[in-house]
Design a protein around this ligand. Structure first.
Ligand code: KIV
Length: 279
C-alpha cells in the first residue's frame, strides 16, 4: 500500500495558487526513485527520454509501451510520495482517442503510474479529453516536443516567431480546457512561457523555458552530470556524476588489482554468518 500523504495531481494547482514552485525530475528505476523520494521530490516523471539516457537510442521514437511500463513499474515499486507521471510513447496516443485511453490505462494498471503525459496541442485534445474522462490525470507537453523531431528537423527553440508563439499559447489554453492538470513547456522563449503561466490556472512546468514557469523539470541524468553526450544550454549540472563514478570505478579496479579488496572486514570466517543471509 502507498502511504497516505502522497501528492495528487490536484495538489499541484493548489501549489500554483499559493505561489509554491514545483520541482520535477525524470526517474526511470527503483533505486533512483528511492533517492528522489528521500529528497521529497513532488513529481517523478518517467520520461520517454529513457530512450536516450537508459537505452542509448538517438531519440525517443523507438521507445515502446512495454519499455515504458517496465520502467514505470520499477519507479512505482519504490512507493514514492511524489506523483509518478508516465510518458505516453510515440504512436500510443496519436492513432485514435480510444487507443490513447487503452495505452494510458496500461500505464496506470500495469505500470502503476498516477498520471500520464502526452505531447502536442490541438491534435492531442481528443486524446486528452478521452483519458481525463476515464479518470486518469493528464500532463500536456508543448513547445519542443521531442516525438516530432523528424518534422521539426532537430531539437530547436520553438515559438520564436510571433505566429508560432501564438499557436503555442492557444494550444496551452486548449489543453487546459481539455482537462490537463499541468503542462510542460519545453524550449520556448522565457517571455512566452511567462505569458502562458500568467494566463493559465493549471501549473506550467518549464524545461528551457525560463524562470517564470510554476515548476521546472530536468532529465535526472543531465542534472547529475551522468549523461554527457551533449548538454543543452538550459541544463545545470548539480553534480559531476560521470566523473565521480569513473573515479570510484578506477579506485575499485586498482584495489582489486593490488589485492587490497576484499579486506578482512569483507570476508566470512568458517564460524561466521551474515545475518542478511540467515533471514
Ligand atoms: O521525456 C522526458 O524526459 C520529458 C521531459 C524532458 C519533459 O519529456
Amino acid at each position: 500500500m502507498k502511504k497516505i500523504d502522497v501528492i495528487s495531481a490536484g495538489d499541484l494547482e493548489r501549489w500554483k495558487k499559493r505561489g509554491r514552485k514545483i520541482p520535477v525530475l525524470t526517474c526511470y528505476d527503483f533505486t533512483m526513485a528511492r533517492i528522489l523520494d528521500a529528497a521529497k521530490m513532488p513529481v517523478l516523471l518517467v520520461g520517454d527520454s529513457l530512450g536516450q539516457v537508459m537505452l542509448g537510442h538517438d531519440h525517443t521514437l523507438p521507445v515502446t509501451m512495454d519499455e515504458m511500463v517496465h520502467h514505470t513499474r520499477a519507479v512505482a515499486r519504490a512507493k514514492p510520495h511524489g506523483l509518478v507521471v508516465a510518458d505516453m510513447p510515440f504512436l500510443s496516443f496519436q492513432v485514435s482517442p480510444e487507443r490513447a485511453l487503452e495505452a494510458a490505462g496500461r500505464l496506470v494498471q500495469d505500470g502503476r503510474a498516477d498520471a500520464v503525459k502526452l505531447e502536442g496541442g490541438e491534435r492531442s485534445v481528443p486524446a486528452v479529453e478521452k483519458i481525463v474522462a476515464a479518470g486518469i490525470p493528464v500532463m500536456g507537453h508543448l513547445g519542443l516536443t521531442p516525438q516530432s523531431v523528424l518534422t521539426l528537423g532537430g531539437y530547436k527553440l520553438r515559438g520564436k516567431r510571433k505566429t508560432e508563439g501564438e499557436t503555442i499559447f492557444a494550444d496551452a489554453r486548449r489543453l487546459a480546457a481539455a482537462g490537463c492538470f499541468a503542462i510542460v513547456l519545453e524550449s520556448i522563449p522565457a517571455p512566452l512561457a511567462a505569458e502562458i503561466t500568467a494566463d493559465l490556472k493549471i501549473p506550467t512546468i518549464g524545461i528551457g523555458a525560463g524562470p517564470h514557469c510554476d515548476g521546472q523539470v530536468l532529465v535526472l541524468h543531465d542534472m547529475l552530470g551522468m549523461f554527457t553526450e551533449f548538454q543543452p544550454r538550459f541544463v545545470r549540472r548539480f553534480l559531476e556524476g560521470a566523473a565521480l563514478i569513473e573515479q570510484a570505478v578506477l579506485e575499485y579496479a586498482t584495489a582489486v588489482e593490488k589485492g587490497e579488496f576484499p579486506g578482512p572486514e569483507h570476508c566470512y570466517g568458517l564460524d561466521e554468518q551474515d545475518s542478511r543471509l540467515d533471514e
